[in-house]
Design a protein. Structure first.
Length: 279
């Protein structure tokens, strides 16, 4: 090979090598540019997503619970449950007084199993101890409202104004300490309200309540069959009847049959959460 040919060969090799490196360099630069573009796009998408999430979140993270719209109210004269608007009229209200003595928790569990509600009206002398307080808490935790039935179940008309205040308000204080809320319903012992008890109930924002009928304190009805029969077939049964029962063995034994008896006659047990309250 002549010297000129050797020089030409070397020049061709160098030229080819240079082109190869240049293409590789361009390729790497393009790849880097594409990666950068992808990363920028991902970043923008992420920022947009975060902005969207931030806009959708409330400023306050507190979860607001929605209360049920009341569908019923207590008639202050007849004590019956009245529908608001076009709510079902064929209902009855279950109430359990003198709780929680011996059977209230079992009654609450029975009602829970049957899928119905009742108001448990409490006496203060039944929740004096820690064990009794735990029972009340369990009843409340099962979903049942706790009503005020005074501390010692005394005749309010025989008490002074100060004594009546203590009977009612001290029980509200005790109940609130146990379950974290004050009673929304008040029932005077023996159904005997006074001007003072009415004022106290209003100040404490409690709905006053007596009853339509009840029989389980009468000796002739103190058996499972007898109390079931009279409760379900009472001549006083009507739409909205406010039914009085007590924490008693025979009533506890009959409770499931009483509920099924009303349902068999087409009555719905009113949901206590749907009764209009003052707070």
């Amino acid at each position: 090979m002549t010297a000129l040919k050797k020089i030409l060969a070397v020049l061709i090799i160098l030229l080819l090598f240079g082109c190869s490196n240049k293409e590789e360099l361009f390729s790497k630069e393009a790849e880097a540019t594409n990666v950068e573009k992808v990363e920028k796009s991902a970043t923008l998408l992420q920022e947009e997503a975060l902005e969207s999430v931030d806009e959708s979140l409330p400023e306050d993270e507190t979860v607001v619970s929605v209360q049920k719209e009341p569908l019923y109210r207590i008639n202050p004269t007849s004590w019956a449950v009245e529908p608001i608007g076009d709510a079902n009229q064929k209902v009855v209200l279950l109430t359990i007084d003198d709780a929680p003595d011996k059977y209230a928790l079992e009654m609450a569990n029975t009602l829970k199993f049957l899928g119905v509600k009742a108001i448990f009206f409490v006496n203060g002398h039944f929740i004096d101890t820690e064990e009794e307080a735990k029972v009340l808490k369990q009843i409340h935790d099962l979903g049942f409202p706790i009503g005020n039935h005074t501390y010692s179940h005394s005749h309010l008309a025989e008490l002074t104004e100060k004594e009546q205040y203590r009977e009612i308000v001290s029980l509200n204080d005790r109940v609130e300490k146990i379950i974290g809320e004050r009673p929304k319903f008040f029932r005077a012992p023996f159904g005997e309200n006074t001007d003072v008890s009415r004022k106290i109930a209003a100040k404490e924002k409690m709905v006053m309540m007596n009853w339509t009928y009840g029989y389980d304190w009468v000796p002739e009805f103190q058996s499972k069959d007898a109390i079931t029969e009279i409760m379900v077939n009472s001549p006083f049964l009507h739409n909205g009847a406010n039914l009085l029962m007590h924490d008693r063995k025979w009533t506890n034994d009959a409770l499931a049959d009483i509920v099924r008896g009303f349902e068999g006659k087409g009555y719905q047990i009113v949901d206590t959460d749907l009764i209009k309250t003052l707070n």
